[in-house]
Design a protein around this ligand. Sequence first.
Ligand SMILES: Cc1cc2nc3c(=O)[nH]c(=O)nc-3n(C[C@H](O)[C@H](O)[C@H](O)COP(=O)(O)OP(=O)(O)OC[C@H]3O[C@@H](n4cnc5c(N)ncnc54)[C@H](O)[C@@H]3O)c2cc1C
Length: 301
Amino acid sequence: MLAPGGEIEAESPLAEFSLSSLRAWPAFVDELERESGVSIDFRRSGAVEVAYDDAEAAVLHSKAERQAGIGIRSEPTTHLGQAARFYPDDALVDPRTVTAALLEACRRRGVVLAEHEAVLAVSPDGKSVETAEGRYEDAGVLIAAGAWSSGLLRGAPRTMPVRGHLISWVRKPGELGPILRHGHTYLLQRRSGVLIAGASTEQVGFDRAIDEAAVEEIRANAARLWPALGHDAPVERWNGFRPAIEGDGPVIGRLSGDGASGDSVWGAFGHYRNGILMAPETASRILSMLDAADSVRSTRQ
Ligand SMILES: Cc1cc2nc3c(=O)[nH]c(=O)nc-3n(C[C@H](O)[C@H](O)[C@H](O)COP(=O)(O)OP(=O)(O)OC[C@H]3O[C@@H](n4cnc5c(N)ncnc54)[C@H](O)[C@@H]3O)c2cc1C
């Protein structure tokens, strides 16, 4: 989901960052499709946030008033006779198609990719990384390893995994319009018809095991939100790790080394619940920092 409407309530630098990243998504998708030839499942679907009773409707209403002050549009609507708000600017994208497009775009630009080769250590000056296969040397390193990031550089802000389960069904394409959500439960549909429901929030370290109780809770909450699901069992269930970080995340910038001499370790991690939403703006912020470091370097030469 690219859904500041469900995530942001008050003005903050992070809110501004997220909103500008949402605005950057359509151009990011166009450019990436052009560069890669891979079709990206992106849709400005809007989102409907549902209230189950009057108290929840009042909370939704006052949240919407605060959000209007920071430019998040919404309007009252109903969902199956219940009070709700429609957020027209929320969108969705299939991150699997984005990753496929990014990989292809990199290949076409001649980027050398070493997949399935974990980095074991990053040198503090950013001149090299070690993997089980050997050592790579270059002018700098960008650590973008999500919840695993802090393990790669001594002294980096500490990252922690927060596990979340998702489940899916295969349904008729176009059956669900906007994203539907209530609290931390949401439903969205891919172009292919795959309908996804999420998500749990669990502090269990890097444990990849499927928790059937969490799966059942998501299924039941999703069926309450959208009764057309009935009692159908999901066809797929999986989990992932949100990269939480100590302090106010995310970290986007230089972590060590002297940027002016060109050798540095940079970081882009700790995006917690909104790393997909914040991806284009993160990339563009890193690029401007690298450009700035380059121009300082060339004036000193
Ligand atoms: C259930 C769930 C639902 C979510 N829903 C949303 C949503 O709707 N919208 C949204 O914006 N965000 C959502 N998020 C959050 C989003 O997925 C993350 O914020 C985002 O994936 C972070 O991106 P990242 O690239 O920093 O980390 P990751 O996506 O975790 O990627 C890190 C990569 O680094 C690799 N790696 C780790 N260690 C090493 C190493 N030593 N060497 C080499 N590679 C390494 C990993 O294998 C991985 O591929 C969700 C997360 C979860 C778990």
